[in-house]
Design a protein around this ligand. Structure first.
Ligand SMILES: CC(C)(COP(=O)(O)OP(=O)(O)OC[C@H]1O[C@@H](n2cnc3c(N)ncnc32)[C@H](O)[C@@H]1OP(=O)(O)O)[C@@H](O)C(=O)NCCC(=O)NCCS
Length: 258
């Protein structure tokens, strides 16, 4: 029999190898998901949305291939929708978002109005085609977008939704829910363990949308669950929806309850 000390160093070595192999497998999952050019291609029924007076179609994009009008559009819509919830932190946050927006790992789903679209059955006049974020580029007008990334949180490969932004004319018509369902399908197909996102506490409508309507829960890695004192100082929560037992244990259940 081997001496105990040797045995334990051997065990440590095996454990280290296991950890490294697991890390390698997770990196592979992320790499594979990130290498897919167009995630929408796997879900043709999700490429159009014709409901509640909205007629739109979806288009994929990535952060390093955004045209100038699209960059401008994203910045405008973020300002229109998020300046309120962020309050005095907005100027700093705006700078962060401008950097995040163009990162190569940023994946996008753009929502464009279908050609000859009507609003509630009536065709739109030219002056009605200008939206709150003022789409000024070529092609059909944009009414919103999702920015998501494939990343690792607590050793779990996840889709992190950086932004889900719809113009006011496209809100409250089921489109947000539809887009989040699509994100969950993309996450599943690409072997992610969860979908995660950050919501400002002041954004009560969005918080309600995710927690009540879509059944997202406040993650164990959200400041308020890490430490209530830290949580009270922070103005955001991290939400998640998990798809397997390991992700659930790490991202939803604290050690005490898990
Ligand atoms: C938050 C947001 C993404 C929700 O998308 P949406 O398309 O407006 O929401 P949906 O129409 O899909 O609503 C889904 C459900 O939430 C409810 N809901 C959505 N908006 C609501 C509102 N303003 N008030 C009450 N309920 C609302 C709907 O009743 C619906 O419930 P149902 O399925 O039982 O009918 C969208 O409103 C938005 O872009 N807001 C501004 C930007 C923002 O806050 N983004 C989130 C940042 S984290």
């Amino acid at each position: 029999m081997e001496p105990k000390r040797l045995q334990s160093s051997k065990e440590k070595k095996i454990r280290r190898k296991e950890v490294l192999e697991k890390k390698k497998a997770i990196d592979e999952i992320i790499k594979k998901a990130s290498s897919v050019k167009d995630h929408l291609a796997s879900f043709p029924p999700f490429c159009h949305y014709d409901r509640n007076g909205l007629s739109v179609y979806l288009e994929s994009g990535s952060g390093d291939q955004l045209s100038s009008p699209i960059k401008k559009y994203i910045q405008n819509l973020l300002k229109v929708n998020m300046e309120g919830p962020y309050g005095s932190e907005w100027p700093m946050e705006e700078k962060v978002k401008r950097r995040e927006m163009v990162a190569p790992e940023a994946r996008y789903i753009f929502v464009r109005e279908s050609p000859n679209a009507t609003l509630d059955g009536k065709s739109l006049r030219a002056d009605e085609k200008m939206t709150s974020a003022g789409w000024m580029g070529d092609g059909d007008r944009l009414v919103g977008f999702v920015h998501y990334r494939f990343i690792v949180e607590e050793d779990i490969p996840v889709i992190y939704v950086y932004e889900l932004q719809l113009e006011s004319c496209a809100q409250g018509k089921g489109l947000g829910k539809f887009l989040m369902q699509l994100i969950e399908l993309i996450a599943h197909k690409n072997h992610m363990g969860a979908v995660m996102l950050t919501v400002q506490k002041a954004n009560v409508l969005a918080m309600n949308f995710y927690t009540s309507k879509l059944r997202y829960i406040i993650s164990t890695i959200s400041p308020s669950r890490v430490d209530p004192l830290i949580g009270a100082e922070k103005n955001y929560e991290i939400l998640c929806k998990t798809f397997d037992a390991e992700a659930k244990a790490k991202l939803e259940e604290s050690e005490m309850t898990g």
